[in-house]
Design a protein around this ligand. Sequence first.
Ligand code: E4P
Length: 217
Amino acid sequence: MKFFLDTADVDEIREWNATGLLDGVTTNPSLILKSGRNIKEVLAEICDIVDGDVSGEVAATDYDTMLSEGRALAAIADNICIKLPTTLEGVRACKTLVDEGFKTNMTLCFQPTQALLVAKAGATYVSPFIGRLDDMGIDGMELIEDIRTIYDNYGFDTEILAASIRTVNHVKDCALAGADVATLPPSTIEKLVKHPLTDKGLADFLADWAKTGQSIG
Ligand code: E4P
């Protein structure tokens, strides 16, 4: 399972990239706003830091402008992935941009039929939003499971990029359901490795080790 960081904060991206565990980055207009940066400048900086795919989202909703914005974003760096909304115009733009050789990430996917359409359009990634469905009392994880089944039924290679992840359990359930990628806010990724019994066990071992009076190397 690949881990992407869901942020446009370059300091956090640098920090997580240094772990060697980061496979890519996703951004969206809200994250660009939060960064306070110019979209092209910040995406260029992120693409410089990270080797993997970096999603930059178009702001247009009509086919022609989505194409021109998508091409402009892709010109920033080779590892830009053009993020488009899962609307009919977006799916059409996806097909054209994929035919031109660009990578695409179809965002705001909330039902399996949307995922089916974007796979037929050749999208590189589909982004089902788990947390926003959970917020409405709908089980977001069922969406991941349904998309996995549909893609496996037909051998689609569009990757399932689980988005709107809020908890460690979301990450576990996505891994069990076979999502290809999870995009995580920095606050969630750091919780993946945390367990109070790990901290307590380590403190006990270190205390006993100190009593041995030994050193290694
Ligand atoms: C990722 O591509 C999405 O933009 C992001 O995960 C949305 O998360 P949110 O629902 O917490 O805003």
